[in-house]
Design a binder for this molecule. Sequence first.
Ligand SMILES: Cc1cc2nc3c(=O)[nH]c(=O)nc-3n(C[C@H](O)[C@H](O)[C@H](O)COP(=O)(O)OP(=O)(O)OC[C@H]3O[C@@H](n4cnc5c(N)ncnc54)[C@H](O)[C@@H]3O)c2cc1C
Length: 345
Amino acid sequence: MTSDMQDTSINSRLQTVSTISGISTAERQFDATGKRQDHEIRCVQRRALLETLANELPSGTIRYSSKVVSIEESSHLKLVHLADGSILKAKVLIGCDGVNSAVAKWLGFRKPAFAGRSAFRGCVYYDHGHSFEPKFLQFFGEGVRYGVIPCDDKTIYWFFTFSSSSKNGEMEESPDKMKQFVLGKLGKIPDNVRAVIEKTELDNFTMSPLRFRPPWEILRGNISKNNVCIAGDALHPMTPDLGQGGCSALEDGIVLARCLGKALRDNQSIKSEEEYKRIEMGLQRYAKERRWRAFELISTAYMVGYMQQSNGKVLTFLRDRVLASFLAGKLLKMASFDCGKLSAS
Ligand SMILES: Cc1cc2nc3c(=O)[nH]c(=O)nc-3n(C[C@H](O)[C@H](O)[C@H](O)COP(=O)(O)OP(=O)(O)OC[C@H]3O[C@@H](n4cnc5c(N)ncnc54)[C@H](O)[C@@H]3O)c2cc1C
């Protein structure tokens, strides 16, 4: 881990609050003794994660600004055509190219569906430190769902999801309008939480339409084909309601490395035909191991988001009075997954 990552705070509590009543609807303490004592929620900034992963690779491994425009088959190799006209010859092609994956399309997957919701995200930096406890605060009510979580002693991350069409008109162009929209929808909440949004600089607001892959497509589709496979959002784009999209991309990476490692071990003296077969089987093992996990994550995230963001009277009642603890528990349960270890041998 980099020092950046060691600096992240461990958030040892999760609390959900209704923005209609202002009352806490569920709370989980992770450092208490009992079944849930092994949880922690850690907010890792994207840049720290990417740098940490990149630093593990020999220099020159990553080639930036290389947009894949098409994929061609040539015997046992895949020819990957880039936008600048160059061609990469690949023994194995792993598509980790996100929600609009060109490799997923090549494997026959359709474009991910729009969830009918969008999200804002932002980060606020406090020069002299913030006063938030190390806990993940989640708020639900009137068709919105948002959360505030410390990343470290000086940084707070927040997100805000709401029902929308895929295009949000003028708001997309104007961070000021985004900010006013969010501030107008916060409901009954503590002043220090409202202040997080107020303090967020306009150029720190980002907006994303939420997309997901219908889970039955994961069951039916080709996660791998010959020496090609997909991982991360390319495989399982999901709504962000469990905070597991990036985490499960890391799980994919570990399982895939294990399956491919086995296939490529001791391959010095084998023929390319044999190597190709081994790679194919390794990728099939990976696909088998990840299919149900991806299915469950996408379906649970969608269900949790639907319940937590609903503004119907019955669902609001059920969510705040009956299901709050169950839904908070789902977030932890889905995160609690052992994808096994990687060994060097
Ligand atoms: C509002 C919101 C909140 C979220 N919160 C969380 C959270 O709390 N925890 C969590 O774990 N996850 C969260 N996620 C999900 C997380 O951001 C994604 O799951 C994660 O970024 C997926 O990583 P990835 O590497 O698969 O794809 P990406 O991060 O999308 O990376 C794909 C890469 O491929 C490149 N690429 C795309 N097309 C091509 C092409 N044709 N050729 C070459 N390169 C290409 C892109 O430039 C990019 O660098 C959230 C998502 C949203 C929208």
